[in-house]
Design a protein around this ligand. Structure first.
Ligand code: GLP
Length: 243
C-alpha cells in the first residue's frame, strides 16, 4: 500500500478528485467504482469543480456505486443512487446508461446481486475503485467478520446507520433495511484501489487497516494484499501512522 497524507483536508479532497479526473482523461472508457458518505461527498464536489473548470470527455466512462441501502426508494436523499446521481453523474454529464447501481427495491435479492455484478462485469475489469472506510474497518457494507471470498450480497448495516436511515425514511421499527454491496472478492479484483479517510475519528482504524494484521475483523486490512492500492488521507486520519 502506498500512503499519501495531504497537507490539509481540502487538499485531500482535491487530490483524490484529481485522481478520478485523470483516470477518465487518460482512459475515457474507464470503469470506475464510487462510494458514498461524508468522506467521498466533498471529493465528488471537488471533482465536479474540476470538470467545470477543465471539461473533459465523460461520454464513455462507466460509473457505479459499490453499495446501496435496501428497501428504500431511490428518491430518498440518503440512497446511494440519489447521492451519486446528484454528486457525480449529473454534474459530469455522464450518460445515465453508463451509471450502474444495485436496485434499492426488489422481491429477489439473489437475482439482484447477480444482475448488478454482471452489469459491471459486462463492461470489463474495474479500472479504479474508490473506497471509504467505516469506523469499524468496513468497506462497502462488508462488516467485520465478512469472508474475504465474499461476492455481491446483502449485509446488515451498523445500528446507528440503520436508525438514522429508518428515521429519515419514516420506516417502521424493525424495517428490513440492509446494504446490498459488492463483496470483498469483487473489490479486490479492481485494477487499482484508492482507500480514502479524513478526520481524527478514522485515525485508529486507518492504523489497523494499513499497519495491522490482515484479518476479517478489519475488512479493509485485506487491501494490504492488493497489488495497486493507494491510501489517501488528510493529516488527522493519518496521524497515528508514524508512531
Ligand atoms: C457507509 C458506506 C460505505 C462508506 C462508509 C464510510 O456505511 N456503506 O461505502 O465508505 O460508510 O462513510 P463515511 O465516509 O461517511 O464515514
Amino acid at each position: 500500500m502506498k500512503v499519501t497524507i495531504a497537507k490539509d483536508e481540502q487538499n485531500f479532497f482535491e487530490m483524490t478528485a484529481w485522481e478520478i479526473a485523470m483516470q477518465i482523461i487518460k482512459k475515457p472508457d474507464s470503469i470506475i467504482g464510487l462510494s458514498t458518505g461524508r468522506t467521498t461527498g466533498p471529493i465528488h464536489k471537488a471533482l465536479a469543480e474540476i470538470y467545470r473548470a477543465h471539461p473533459f470527455d465523460t461520454s464513455q466512462v462507466t460509473f457505479f456505486g459499490l453499495d446501496e441501502v435496501t428497501n428504500v426508494s431511490r428518491d430518498y436523499f440518503g440512497s446511494c443512487y440519489y447521492m451519486l446521481l446528484h454528486e457525480v453523474i449529473e454534474p459530469l454529464n455522464v450518460p445515465l446508461a453508463n451509471y450502474i447501481m444495485p436496485r434499492s427495491q426488489t422481491t429477489d435479492w439473489d437475482v439482484e446481486c447477480e444482475r448488478f455484478e454482471q452489469a459491471i462485469a459486462k463492461r470489463g475489469q474495474v479500472d479504479l475503485q474508490i473506497l471509504g472506510i467505516g469506523g469499524n474497518g468496513h468497506i462497502g457494507f462488508n462488516q467485520p467478520g465478512t469472508s474475504f471470498g465474499q461476492t455481491t450480497w446483502v449485509s446488515v448495516m451498523e445500528p446507528w446507520l440503520y436508525e438514522r436511515i429508518r428515521t429519515e425514511t419514516g420506516s417502521p421499527e424493525g424495517a428490513d433495511l440492509g446494504g446490498i454491496t459488492l463483496g470483498i472478492k469483487n473489490v479486490m479484483h479492481s485494477k487499482r484501489i484508492i482507500l480514502t479517510a479524513n478526520g481524527s475519528a478514522k485515525a485508529e482504524i486507518i492504523k489497523k487497516a494499513v499497519k495491522g494484521e490482515v484479518t476479517t475483523s478489519v475488512p479493509a486490512s485485506i487491501l494490504q494484499l492488493h497489488p495497486d492500492c493507494d491510501v489517501y488521507l488528510d493529516p488527522a486520519a493519518g496521524a497515528l501512522l508514524e508512531q
